[in-house]
Design a protein around this ligand. Structure first.
Ligand SMILES: NC(=O)C1=CN([C@@H]2O[C@H](COP(=O)(O)OP(=O)(O)OC[C@H]3O[C@@H](n4cnc5c(N)ncnc54)[C@H](O)[C@@H]3O)[C@@H](O)[C@H]2O)C=CC1
Ligand SMILES: O=C(O)C(=O)Cc1ccc(O)cc1
Length: 370
């Protein structure tokens, strides 16, 4: 499609959306704006946008599509500023990428009640703990769920189809729900786990002051299950404040659950404790494995290698020969529950598979997927 696209906020998500739009619609003009001019300049030099502007109001006036990809607290401010514009196009589509939907969608419904401007809330449910345009990629949302929260589903059919066309290059799975449904689901599977992960890390930090072994032993599983505690603190502070009601409800239920566990443990109630883990295992084992969820899966490959100096460069040189990119590489410090000692992380299942084939071709080392 031809047309003018304005992306406000050129970070990880805005940059990835801009790249995905350009890939599918090479004739569209993509103009970016970022409050941090360095990010905007970097976005242009990385060819993430065709150009950038220091005045988004000016660009918005004759844009066909506007993507708001700033932290959720800022998104409401941007929406208010956009609502003061007299748009020149007969149809303007505005969307956002915020991790919360209720506050943004409700505000947009009051700011753009009808007319030539339509707002459809969006949340591409994939990402990373990294930020900034430097981490942007056109395939970030491939196979991920992309939630759309139109305020009036029936009335917005035409605009929804248009938006999906613009965003087709993301290769995401679009799903529609109400903003309330979204905030509850995202609260349970994404926002609340970030609170718990941070809580586990705080607990380890406190205990480490009494026992320095805590940090060393945390190298394996603990580090993995708390990975999301390394996310951007400003972004998560904003998400919590925007989804406050849901999260307070979830915190209350969580505390009740922990109270029960504490009670049953103090009573040595073996049966309860067994079923507590058994039921959790059953539900978790049935979760879909192939689809990309909000918290990205690990595409890890374990390689059983001897622990000697130079092993990392040996392995990476084979992967480089076959043009396979790795996102992380680590010598595991504990062999508990894993088979190999070297852990390689990849962006996708395809990369992991290619790496497995490559290491089979060049080495005798055993590889495992845990
Ligand atoms: N990081 C992730 O994994 C995901 C994030 N999101 C949502 O995407 C949005 C953006 O997040 P990221 O791209 O990860 O953050 P980021 O930190 O990489 O990028 C945000 C960009 O917005 C700019 N910005 C901040 N306030 C602005 C304003 N008032 N006007 C213009 N630019 C402004 C910042 O300078 C920065 O370059 C957030 O609302 C977040 O909730 C959604 C899905 C996944
Ligand atoms: O890896 C992480 O930290 C994530 O949890 C990615 C993420 C962050 C925010 C979202 O709204 C959706 C996905």
């Amino acid at each position: 499609m031809k047309g003018k696209v304005l992306v406000i906020g050129l970070g990880l998500i805005g940059g990835s959306i801009a790249l995905a739009i350009k890939k599918e619609h090479p004739h569209a003009a993509i103009i970016g704006y970022d409050i941090n001019e360095q990010q905007a300049k970097l976005a242009k030099s990385l060819k993430v946008v065709d150009d950038y502007s220091d005045n988004y109001i000016h660009v918005a006036k004759n844009a066909d599509l506007i993507v708001i990809s700033v932290p959720v607290m800022q998104a409401t401010e941007v929406l208010k500023r956009l609502s003061s514009i007299t748009f020149e196009r007969s149809q303007v589509l505005i969307t956002d990428v915020g991790s919360t939907k209720k506050k943004i969608t409700e505000l947009a419904a009051t700011l753009f009640p009808h007319g030539n401007v339509n707002f459809i809330g969006g949340h591409p449910m994939a990402g990373s703990h990294k930020s900034g345009v430097i981490a942007a990629k056109s395939h970030l949302f491939e196979n991920a769920f992309y939630v759309l929260t139109p305020s009036k589903v029936e009335e917005n059919q035409k605009e929804m189809a248009l938006l999906k066309m613009w965003l087709g290059g993301t290769k995401a799975n679009f799903v529609t729900m109400t903003a309330d449904e979204h905030d509850m689901a995202a609260g349970v599977i994404s926002h609340f786990p970030h609170i718990v992960a941070a809580g586990l890390v705080h607990q380890a930090e406190e205990k480490q002051q009494l026992n320095p072994f805590v940090t060393r032993l945390a190298a394996g599983g603990f580090r993995d299950i708390t990975r999301i505690a390394s996310s951007n603190p400003t972004m998560w502070k904003d998400i919590l404040l925007h989804n406050k009601e849901t999260l307070i409800q979830l915190l209350n239920q969580w505390m009740e659950q922990m109270e029960t566990v504490k009670q049953k443990l103090s009573e040595n109630n073996e049966e309860y404790l067994y079923y507590y883990f058994h039921k959790a295992k059953q539900f978790r084992d049935d979760l879909p494995v192939k689809a990309k969820g909000a918290i990205p899966s690990f595409y890890d490959l374990y390689v059983d290698v001897p622990d000697y100096p130079g092993i990392i460069s040996e392995i990476t040189s084979y992967l480089a020969k076959e043009n396979i990119s790795i996102t992380n590489i680590r010598i595991m410090e504990t062999r508990e529950e894993i088979y190999g000692v070297l852990r390689l992380s990849f962006q996708s299942e395809a990369d992991r598979q290619a790496a497995e084939d490559c290491l089979k071709k060049y080495t005798m080392y055993e590889t495992y997927i845990v």
